[in-house]
Design a binder for this molecule. Structure first.
Ligand code: MSP
Length: 656
């Protein structure tokens, strides 16, 4: 098969995060849509996704969970795979960086680069952000000594490291980006990258000696290969680089790497430089999309604002979620998720526009033709217009989706849906239905509506998973729609006259917003009550003879106590005793609300080391978010003292 028949798209490989959110589902849904579209167009499509499982963070988390890193990641990756299944993600291959083949090929890549002089041993000294696994130069770090990307405190490290000669590739890379305007998209992000490279590229530290959970450096057992060579190489190791040359030649270079804007730099600078050093062609395009935010900012576990996609799928169905992700936010820009906006989309676009069209059409075919698809008769101007619009929609939709403009692609399609609804209002079939002589004309109109719905079902196939088949079933053509490809759109009369329609359940039931939120609130309260009751029962059972509450060791181990350093204390206006504390927790900063204002002045708290419960569910107190709890002792006279470690320990230290 020739190369032009293939289409290879990737998502980033995800860190095994124990809390999946719809931000994670966002890129993958977009990749799924483009990949399904290319499949419909007859391409030999390869859609790759996977998991990025090495690094210090995972090693630490596994240790905290008292398990081996491999077991830890196995469990989490299973939840990823489950989510993709629930969301109807049709990937062709799933790569894990712990796969034996990947690890071996990464070692070979490292060795090759070392042997040809592109990797050398030196000493690294500078700032390091553990959560981002990124090194920073002094000139990039402000006085606050926090990570320029995530804002968390940096660590100063000095260690021996292997370096990749990035600087050598700055010029060819810049030339490539300038000569290939499509290489980095969207345009605005392309300029950002050009500016970054023009400021000069430093050689890149590509190995670590401070942790073990990574691929061993093939030339030096004291080092593990640092995350970016390991992670980025997945795009070629999965395609058989150095192991299956036929497959590799067939799919590489990738057509599109889809990535979030936070990792665009790695994909448009480090990755192409590595590929140049390996003498391999570069991917045709890297597309950096924006973030899906919530009203309280970027989703993050520590802020407590993550939206669980599985819960949304259970409440609204996967197609509604997929539609929302692709329709609501212009791909490339940042966008805000809210359940209100999701419900509005479901009601207006899916239940109203599309659902009503289907429902009205099928009902009329049942009423006037006993459910049998009529034969189309003579075509009038208004019918031709509808047909022409279907063709235009197909062409525009294709052009938009090729550019990854999912929002406008769906907007185009919905214009057609609305046009079909208007066609009903204009042709007034219920009036024709009263007159036996007009039956032919009525049949033509209803046939056109069914034909329009068939077109819609096929055009929806890149975006939605269940709805096209269900729509097809109501048109009496489930199998045909399932099998249909893009070419079938050229045939307006693809639906067989004489077959039977079937009036099923509404495709997308309307959601009553107030009722939904009231029900959620009730569920929440029930959950809280149950957990209070079950912990109360526990207390009853486990009180000893003197009435002292006992908890099991296992329960105690669930609590995460850590040392934190107070960076800033501020009185919460309107309250007597509450302070808002900004604290440094080693790898991150948090905000706590503490009832200690009557005992401590704000200034005397700054710099104090405190003990905090770090895994307490976030709460809002006096309108202020609190992400943990400070521990203090209070005697019967009401004197209060903060609990502090009795000598200096670093913020983030675990208390056990
Ligand atoms: N492991 C690296 C990628 C290595 S690729 C060789 C990584 N993983 S991640 O799990 O942190 O992020 C994966 C992707 O999810 C990134 O593209 C990131 O931008 C995206 N998103 C994470 N949160 C997001 C939102 N809230 N909104 C949109 N995308 C988000 O980075």
């Amino acid at each position: 098969m020739s190369k032009k028949d293939t289409f290879y798209v990737t998502t980033p490989i995800y860190y095994p995060s124990d809390r999946l959110h719809i931000g994670h589902a966002y890129t993958t849904t977009a990749a799924d849509a483009i990949s399904r579209y290319k499949k419909l167009r007859g391409f030999d499509t390869m859609f790759l996704t996977g998991s990025d499982e090495h690094g210090q963070k995972i090693e630490r988390k596994a240790a905290e969970a008292e398990t081996e890193p491999q077991q830890y990641v196995d469990k989490i990756v299973a939840t990823f795979i489950d989510l993709w299944q629930e969301l109807g993600i049709e990937y062709d291959q799933f790569i894990r960086t712990t796969d034996e083949n990947h690890q071996q090929v990464v070692q070979e890549i490292f060795k090759k680069l070392y042997e040809q002089g592109d990797i050398y041993l030196d000493k690294y000294e500078g700032w390091y952000c553990t959560p981002c696994e990124s090194y920073w130069q002094e000139r990039q770090v402000s006085e606050e000594e926090v990570c320029p990307d995530c804002g968390r405190p940096l660590e100063w490290v000095a260690e021996e490291s292997y370096f990749f000669k990035m600087s050598k590739y700055a010029k060819p890379l810049l030339d490539h980006i300038k000569n290939n305007p499509d290489f980095i998209q969207p345009e605005s992000r392309r300029n950002e990258m050009i500016n970054f490279i023009e400021e000069g590229l430093d050689d890149l530290s590509v190995s670590r000696t401070t942790f073990d959970w990574g691929i061993t450096c093939p030339i030096d057992e004291d080092h593990v290969i640092y995350v970016w060579i390991d992670a980025l190489s997945n795009y070629i190791t999965a395609m058989g680089y150095l192991t299956d040359e036929d497959k590799f030649k067939h799919y590489w270079p990738a057509d599109i790497h889809l990535v979030g804007k936070d990792i665009l730099r790695f994909h448009t600078i480090i990755w192409p430089a590595i590929l140049m050093a390996l003498d391999l062609p570069l991917p045709k395009q890297v597309f950096g999309h924006g973030w899906l935010l919530t009203e309280t900012g970027k989703m993050s576990k520590s802020v407590g604002n993550v939206v669980d996609p599985l819960e949304l799928i259970a409440d609204f169905g996967r197609d509604a979620i997929r539609y929302f992700l692709l329709r609501e936010v212009q791909f490339g820009a940042d966008g805000t998720y809210s359940t209100e906006a999701l419900i509005q989309r479901i009601n207006s676009d899916l239940a109203n526009d599309l659902g009503n069209l289907l429902n009205r059409t099928v009902s009329m075919v049942e009423q006037y033709f006993s459910g049998v698809v009529p034969s189309p008769g003579e075509e009038l101007e208004i019918d031709r217009e509808l047909k022409d619009l279907a063709r235009e929609t197909r062409e525009k939709l294709a052009a938009e989706i090729e550019e990854l403009h999912f929002t406008t692609a769906l907007e185009e399609l919905w214009q057609f849906v609305r046009r079909c609804n208007k066609y009903i209002d204009e042709t007034q079939p219920w009036i024709l239905g009263r007159d036996e002589d007009k039956k032919d004309r009525l049949g033509t109109i209803l046939y056109n509506l069914l034909a329009g719905l068939r077109q819609i079902a096929i055009m929806l196939k890149p975006f939605l998973v269940d709805a096209p088949g269900e729509l097809g079933a109501q048109l009496g053509a489930r199998q045909e729609i399932k099998k249909a490809d893009w070419e079938d759109l050229t045939n307006w009369q693809g639906l067989r006259s004489g077959s039977k329609v079937y009036k099923g359940e509404p495709l997308f039931p309307r959601v009553d917003m107030e009722e939904y939120f009231a029900q959620k609130e009730e569920e929440e309260q029930k959950k809280e009550k149950n957990s209070r009751e079950s912990s109360g029962e526990q207390e009853d059972i486990e009180e000893d003879e003197e009435g002292v509450n006992l908890i099991s060791f296992a329960d105690f181990k669930k609590m995460e106590l850590k040392v934190a350093r107070i960076l800033k204390a501020e009185h919460i206006s309107g309250s007597d005793n509450l302070l808002k504390l900004k604290v440094d927790l080693g790898q991150e900063k948090r905000q706590l609300v503490a009832g200690i204002a009557q005992h401590y002045a704000e200034e005397e708290l700054t710099g104090k080391n405190i003990v905090m419960v770090a895994n307490l569910e976030p709460a809002e107190i006096f309108g202020v978010k609190s992400q943990g709890m400070l521990l203090a002792a209070e005697d019967e006279d009401g004197s209060l003292a903060i609990i502090q470690p009795d000598s200096k320990v670093e913020p983030g230290s675990i208390i056990s």
